[in-house]
Design a protein around this ligand. Structure first.
Ligand code: TYD
Ligand code: MG
Length: 459
């Protein structure tokens, strides 16, 4: 009999070594190497030689492969469909990550019920909760679908047997960290288990054409627990995010083989489950303090959809030591950069001021088109001058203080007009080639100083 060997596997990146080390040489994390028993070599070779689940594939001529679009199954949630790129793709393996309690199980149970209501059998595998607990949740969500099967199971082999028997059209694994494969000796949730189970599920999804959604827990650092390679194995990775004290939840894709990664879906956690938010701008602006110094609205794009969000800045003199610059919901390095531009090009003495900049409503914005709004909010707070509450600002700021062109200007302006804003300040370079709506005044600016004059008036 082959001697069982132990190896040490990094729980962050999957690096393997025969000896223990304090620091992983691959990803430089400390204390991530965990001892695992490697399966006997003969066994693992056997797995590769006779694949029982997949028929051997033959190479095809590329000219003869049918180029039809992937068949998609749209869910009853337009927000989810958009994030997925238009619906659930047959045979896709999708990973959903998120903090505990954010609503992953709720979302997937709701989706499962919607699919089951269309008379497609759905198998919901819960390794974390008993079937009774899932039933309680289903009652809360008023789910009465007859074709929804619930299984509380953690053994991958049994899960596969049930998939074979029930022949579902949609499978949920909640969560991958609880599922284990018997011939892998390490504990459930370890790198080897997660990797093995995921690749097995991948084979089932691909060979049977069943879409499988798997839930993955998120580590303290915010990435999906298990090796990074888990993200490489699946077709799409979605993150379900939200603030603890906020009922809004944002579903965004960070990887999608069948669609764009810039889309986001917005939900609200209600008493009876998740509800979609179809008009995010209204929600994000609901609590806005109109006309307060340091607050301005920006028209940002989230994928293909424009959203209006309030940017807030608070500038106050530094009490002692180095000035602080803090950003919430936007790139941290943009704030000092824009402050330097304001100092040099617009003559604002900001070097001994603390700056706190925040995107209200818990959204994250990462496009340069929000630069001008950030700059205006900083200038507004510093000078203690309120901008006009009916203004929307959009534009990228260059290092010489010039305002640069942004993409999709028409949609941004239209969204601002739709929500009743009176003026929109945009890059001058964006003024040509389209017809602005009549009910909103469009002002083109070419420098930060000009934009400040329009929004805040003369000093
Ligand atoms: P859950 O889906 O269990 O989160 P996850 O699977 O990501 O860990 O969500 C649990 C939270 O959602 C819990 O705090 C209760 C709340 N919730 C509602 O507010 N309304 C509901 O209808 C449901 C089912 C849960
Ligand atoms: Mg859960």
């Amino acid at each position: 009999m082959a001697k069982r060997k132990t190896k040490f596997v990094c729980q962050e990146c999957g690096y393997e070594t025969p000896k223990w080390m304090g620091k992983c040489p691959a990803c430089h994390q400390w204390n991530t190497l965990v001892e695992e028993m490697s399966a006997p070599a003969a066994n693992s070779r056997h797995v590769f030689q006779t694949s029982s689940t997949t028929a051997a594939a033959k190479p095809e001529k590329i000219t003869q492969i049918k180029s039809q679009k992937e068949p998609r199954m749209p869910t009853d949630m337009p927000e989810l469909n958009r994030v997925l790129g238009g619906g659930i793709v047959a045979g896709s393996l999708v990973l959903i990550g998120g903090d505990p309690g954010i609503g992953k199980s709720t979302l997937l149970l709701q989706v499962s019920a919607q699919i089951a209501d269309k008379d497609f059998p759905v198998l919901y595998i819960s390794g974390e909760e008993s079937a009774r607990q899932t039933k309680l949740r289903a009652e809360r969500l008023s789910i009465t679908s007859d074709e929804l099967y619930v299984l509380s199971e953690t053994n991958l082999q049994d899960v596969m047997n049930q998939i074979e028997q029930i022949d579902p059209k949609f499978v949920v694994i909640d969560s991958i960290q609880t599922i284990f494969k018997e011939d892998v000796t390490s504990a459930p949730g370890s790198v080897s288990q997660v990797r093995e189970c995921t690749s097995q599920l991948m084979r089932i999804a691909k060979s049977k054409g069943i879409p499988i959604f798997i839930v993955g827990h998120v580590t303290k650092e915010g990435s999906i627990a298990g090796p990074r390679l888990l993200e490489h194995m699946v077709d799409a990775v979605l993150y379900f995010e939200g603030e603890q004290h906020n009922t809004f939840r944002i579903l965004r894709s960070v990887k999608n083989r069948f669609g764009s990664t810039h889309e986001m879906g917005i939900f609200e956690m209600k008493e009876k489950g998740l509800e979609e938010v179809l008009n995010p701008s209204e929600i994000f602006l609901e609590e806005r303090s109109q006309g307060a110094a340091g607050s301005i609205v920006v028209a940002s794009m989230e994928g293909t959809r424009p959203v209006l969000v309030e940017i807030q800045a608070l500038i106050s003199p530094t009490a002692y030591g180095n000035p602080r610059r803090m950003a919430t919901g936007l790139d941290n390095s943009r704030v000092p950069l824009l402050m330097a531009v304001l100092e040099k090009r617009a003559g604002l003495l900001l070097q001994n001021q603390d700056a706190y900049v925040k995107v209200a409503g818990g959204v994250k914005l990462d496009e340069p088109a929000i630069d001008l709004a950030v700059a205006i909010s900083i200038a507004s707070s510093f000078r203690n001058q309120s901008p006009n509450g009916d203004d929307v600002v959009v534009g990228e700021v260059g290092l010489t203080g010039e305002i640069r062109r942004v993409a999709r200007i028409e949609q941004r302006v239209q969204e601002a007009a739709k929500l009743g804003f009176k003026r929109v300040i945009i890059p001058k370079k964006n003024m040509d080639g389209w017809t602005p709506p009549t009910q909103i005044e469009v002002i083109g600016v070419s420098t930060v100083q000009e934009a400040m004059k329009v929004t805040l008036g003369e000093t």
